[in-house]
Design a binder for this molecule. Structure first.
Ligand code: NAD
Ligand code: MG
Length: 405
């Protein structure tokens, strides 16, 4: 690689953050970690600071930041400790930072990711919710400030890799007919639909192929993750909803495909290990070692592909619906989903009622045009309040709506 890259990692204690540091540790001479951030995990962030000696560490609240600062002083590590959203935005836009890994989960990552884009950084985008909630506003900022977006989501990274290198956001000019996103189908792909009412957070988070944060794991189980990814792909590659197909592929070896007008279908394959897309993005346009086991196709033996069952995965069609509706509809969907997933993980909402709650919010709150970041946060707030009201009413007088099966 040419010059040493200075990198800020937002969400460094999460699944993507830890994998990013694992790849960076294999290439210490090529990367310098300027900033690491976490919400609450002081101990993990402390260990990361000792190992990578960043200039800055950011925590979600002052209590945690005070604790971390004390531990670092005792360990004689000179990292400056900051806290809160302003600090996240500050480290994302530092002049000495070339690259920002955006790996905070949920709309919580939007402000800092947007700050990185607005500072014209090279942004490695894992935080799909930023693009789902803020799509048009976000992509306008990317273009206006000359930011470079490299998708980390394995499917979008696969599409990025299989599009022509000179792709400039014009699928027709590139001869693209369709994008095919693969999906594992999650842990409940073959479960009796009647059982979906009784599944626990632990079962939902036990993904067959990937080890991920809890929120995205639940999203994978409902397939809302794939719904969010359809919206993400639409913004990243400028493809309409009708040009994005979803294929269930339980082995998670083919990470996605691009179909061209001449009938060629190009795919990217590999073992299901996020260090591959992370290393691709860190090294781009060069290839760097990721520590990923080589793919042995003869051991995999068979690759299966089926169409997703609409009745089992209502979240997929909800996502398609909001993408077609545009305006703030995807922001509403994301907010309702974040509330629903948190409630499910807290043991309060039944798994099969997640789509019912989202549908309620979409039916209750009218979509409106989004012009700036503040509009997005306002819509997000209204949707959350609506979802919360539904949850409270629903808990008082259970309204059983079978949306799955
Ligand atoms: P995770 O829950 O493991 O980690 C989330 C990180 O964000 C943690 O470092 C946490 O401290 C931080 N964080 C959480 N809430 C925060 C807040 N309010 N303010 C500041 N920081 C906060 O999640 P993950 O699985 O690493 O996923 C991160 C993002 O990457 C998500 O948007 C997810 O959809 C996307 N993604 C993840 C995977 C994967 O394999 N894990 C794959 C594709 C896309
Ligand atoms: Mg994905």
């Amino acid at each position: 690689m040419s010059k040493r890259q200075n990198i800020a990692i937002l969400g460094s204690t999460g699944s993507i953050g830890v994998s990013t540091l694992d790849v960076i540790a294999r290439h210490r001479a090529d990367f310098h970690v300027v900033a690491l951030t976490a919400n609450r995990r002081v101990d993990t962030l402390f260990e990361q600071c000792v190992r990578f000696t960043p200039e800055y560490a950011v925590l979600g609240d002052a209590g945690g930041a005070g604790l971390l600062a004390q531990k670092l002083r005792e360990a004689k590590v000179g990292t400056r400790v900051l806290c809160g959203n302003d600090a996240l935005e500050m480290v994302s836009a530092l002049p000495e930072v070339d690259t920002v890994m955006a790996a905070i989960v949920g709309i919580a990552g939007l402000r800092a990711t947007y700050a990185a884009v607005s500072a014209g950084k090279r942004v490695l985008l894992a935080n799909k919710e930023a693009l789902v909630t803020a799509g048009g506003v976000f992509m306008t900022a990317v273009r206006r400030h000359g930011a470079v977006l490299i998708p980390i989501d394995s499917e979008h990274n696969a599409v990025f890799q299989t599009l022509p290198a000179q792709f400039q956001g014009d699928p027709a000019a590139a001869g693209v007919r369709r994008i095919l996103l693969t999906a594992s189908g999650g842990p409940f792909r073959t479960l009796d639909p009647a059982q979906l009412a009784h599944v626990t957070p632990e079962q939902a988070c036990a993904h067959p192929n990937w080890v991920m944060g809890r929120k995205i794991s639940v999203d994978s189980a409902t397939m809302m993750n794939k719904g969010l990814e359809i919206i993400e792909a639409s913004w990243l590659f400028n493809v309409p909803e009708s040009g994005i197909e979803v294929v269930i592929h339980p082995e998670s070896i083919v990470h996605s495909l691009v179909e061209y007008v001449d009938g060629s279908v190009l795919a990217q394959l590999g073992n299901p290990d996020m260090r591959t897309p992370i290393a691709f993005a860190l090294g781009y346009p060069h290839r760097i070692e990721a520590g990923v086991a080589p793919l042995d196709l003869t051991r995999v033996g068979r690759l299966n592909f089926t169409a997703p069952e609409a009745a089992r995965f209502p979240c997929l069609s909800l996502a398609r619906q909001v993408l077609r509706a545009g305006n703030s509809a995807p922001t509403l969907l994301n907010a309702a989903n974040e509330v629903a997933v948190a409630s499910f993980l807290a043991g309060e909402l039944r798994f099969d009622l997640i789509p019912a709650l989202i549908e309620h919010v979409l039916e209750t709150v009218a979509a409106e045009p989004l012009r700036a970041l503040d509009d997005i946060f306002r819509v997000d707030r209204v949707a959350r309040e609506c979802a919360q009201t539904w949850l409270e009413r629903d808990r008082a007088a259970p309204r059983i709506r079978m949306v799955a099966g």
